[in-house]
Design a protein. Structure first.
Length: 344
């Protein structure tokens, strides 16, 4: 069904199509057989995986950014996701950047976004997550408000961590979005280590500590990736999500004039596939298991998902691939993983 629906969605602005898609998904929950007709299916038991002490029904999750405010967790779990990452959430609500701020690069099977952490604030998401169906694995992706100076960023991350801790299964610290001014400066070793150490200490005081991961950009140099590895080890967190969107524009099929007209933002989708896989492979060589790696970037097929897993990822996430392929993508990845897994 999704291939028939996609031309309609692509005739709308990306943000309008986003909201319409979720309206349809929520409606489909209440119509017997509608999820299956759309190509969605819960993962088979053979696709289940144990990571970070958690039982994931399947290896493919939703990347942060699509369900920022945790409004559709239960519906998304029904179409084949093994886990849902909400956010990025900030302590206070914020509208994000001015529209238009989301663009399709159809020849590249990609998106450009400069959303700017638009969300309703962490407390509103907490109240929704209290109502979620038990057994749905949810990650909390946390960031800082745009108006918070970097020297006080740690306060925002702590506020989100404390609020979400009772209602999520793991955390992702986002310091890698290109759409909040100055945020990527927090990837430098000093400020990054301070944030992660504080969260690790607070986590240790909880009755049930949550795994903490760090989300990084694909634009880091090898030396910066080495610093990331050192910070992960020194801070005591569990691993890395690799990668966020890229600020690079090289090699795009979409015309330079069109891309320039879209303006600033991060590119996601097929153009980032190769680099994100390289980053996963580089990190795995320096962060052996039990450190956890979640691979994300350009996964729009089962082959692309297995590429990340073979490079060393424990789990994978999709976002842009779902926009172009629909729920059937999840079914294909889950089936391919179940076949591939015994050979690992």
């Amino acid at each position: 069904m999704y291939p028939l629906l996609r031309p309609l969605l692509f005739s709308l602005s990306p943000e309008r199509a986003h909201h319409l898609t979720f309206s349809l998904l929520e409606a489909a929950r209440h119509v017997p057989g509608a999820i299956a007709l759309a190509g969605g299916a819960r993962p088979a038991p053979e696709a289940a995986v144990e990571v970070m002490g958690l039982h994931f029904p399947g290896p493919v999750g939703l990347a942060a950014g699509m369900d920022k405010d945790a409004k559709h967790v239960d519906a998304l779990a029904r179409i084949g996701f093994g886990f849902i990452e909400i956010g990025t959430l900030t302590p206070q609500p914020q509208p994000g950047n001015d529209r238009p701020r989301l663009f399709r690069l159809k020849p590249d099977r990609a998106l450009i976004n400069r959303m700017g952490f638009n969300n309703g604030g962490v407390q509103a998401a907490v109240e929704r997550l209290k109502q979620r169906t038990p057994g749905v694995i949810v990650g909390g992706n946390i960031g800082k408000n745009k108006v918070t100076p970097n020297e006080r960023a740690i306060d925002d991350y702590v506020a989100c961590f404390e609020a979400l801790h009772p209602v999520v299964d793991y955390f992702v610290v986002n310091v890698s979005s290109p759409n909040t001014p100055g945020l990527r400066e927090l990837q430098d070793k000093g400020p990054l280590l301070a944030i992660l150490r504080e969260l690790h200490v607070r986590n240790g005081r909880k009755g049930t500590p949550r795994p903490i991961l760090l989300k990084i950009a694909p634009d880091l140099t090898d030396a910066q990736l080495d610093d990331v590895c050192a910070v992960v080890k020194e801070s005591g967190i569990q691993g890395v999500v690799a990668t966020n969107t890229t600020i690079a524009r090289e090699g795009l099929r979409t015309s330079k004039d069109e891309v320039a007209a879209m303006g600033a933002g991060g590119v996601s989708g097929a153009p980032v596939r190769r680099r994100s896989t390289e980053v996963v492979r580089y990190l795995r060589a320096r962060l052996p298991k039990p450190f956890v790696l979640i691979g994300v970037g350009g996964i729009d097929s089962a082959e692309a998902a297995l590429e990340k897993l073979e490079a060393g990822a424990d789990l994978v996430q999709v976002y842009t691939g779902l926009v172009y392929e629909g729920p059937a993508l999840l079914k294909r990845i889950n089936q391919a993983y179940a076949r591939w897994r015994p050979r690992t």
